[in-house]
Write a protein that binds this ligand. Structure first.
Ligand SMILES: *Cc1c(COP(=O)(O)O)cnc(C)c1O
Length: 219
């Protein structure tokens, strides 16, 4: 199975013009597919599962920036803390504390995004407004993490207006903290909605199936 090279090049061009970072979401796809995109110049990749990420990181070039974008259990932070570039899916203060602790152990600073719940589905993870405010009110509590901004996932719906509203809500939350140090990343937009996300102010999109094809989970 090959990667979508033509599509990749056109998306890269489009996003470069808008100064938006592309994270290629490679979950469930083999290391060879990642290597193919790597050879075209892609350096930022996103993964959702700790074991899968650790296995791939071990066999792929060391200058890849790995973004963790899935739900992360506190007891698994230690496996990715030595090398992860950014953890985008911080959905509790407890998790943030653990990342801070593991970063210190590894003598590094880990970039994180706070994941905000913007979708209608209850099943999606993320902080609510109060939980977000609570973390932001403690600027010195996590010295080994760099809080760079917010991440969100819109509802899974055909209703474009609903998705637009959710992105707008996230952008408003992002702007509220725009004077904070290191605050420069708003991660929103996937294969189906990245154009709308960019129009609403996204600075980083997470695109999987448009680049790698559809995922099959039953391998
Ligand atoms: C899987 C995933 C993506 C990519 O989804 P596509 O629809 O394949 O582009 C983006 N963000 C998160 C958090 C994901 O889990």
């Amino acid at each position: 199975m090959g990667i979508e090279e033509v599509k990749y090049r056109s998306i890269v061009k489009e996003l470069a013009a808008a100064k938006v970072t592309l994270v290629a979401v490679s979950k469930t796809h083999p290391a060879e597919a990642i290597r193919q995109l790597y050879e075209l110049g892609q350096r930022d990749f996103g993964e959702n599962y700790v074991q899968e990420l650790v296995a791939k990181q071990d066999t792929l070039p060391g200058d890849i920036h790995w973004h963790f974008i899935g739900h992360l259990q506190s007891n698994k932070v230690k496996y990715i803390a030595p090398f992860v570039h950014m953890i985008q899916s911080v959905d509790s203060e407890k998790l943030l504390k653990e990342i801070d602790k593991q970063a210190q152990k590894n003598k590094r600073t880990i970039n994180v995004l706070l994941q905000v719940h913007i979708a209608q589905e209850e099943t999606k993870f993320g902080l609510d407004e109060n939980e977000l405010a609570q973390i932001m009110e403690q600027p010195n509590a996590f010295p080994h993490v760099r809080i760079c901004g917010l991440m969100g996932m819109a509802s899974f719906t055909e209703n474009a207006e609903q998705v637009r509203k959710e992105f707008h809500y996230l952008k408003t939350a992002f702007d509220k903290y725009k004077n904070k140090k290191d605050w420069d990343t708003l991660s929103m937009g996937m294969s189906s909605d990245y154009r709308m996300a960019v129009a609403e102010g996204s600075t980083l999109v997470r695109i999987g199936s448009l680049l790698f094809g559809e995922r099959t989970y039953n391998k």
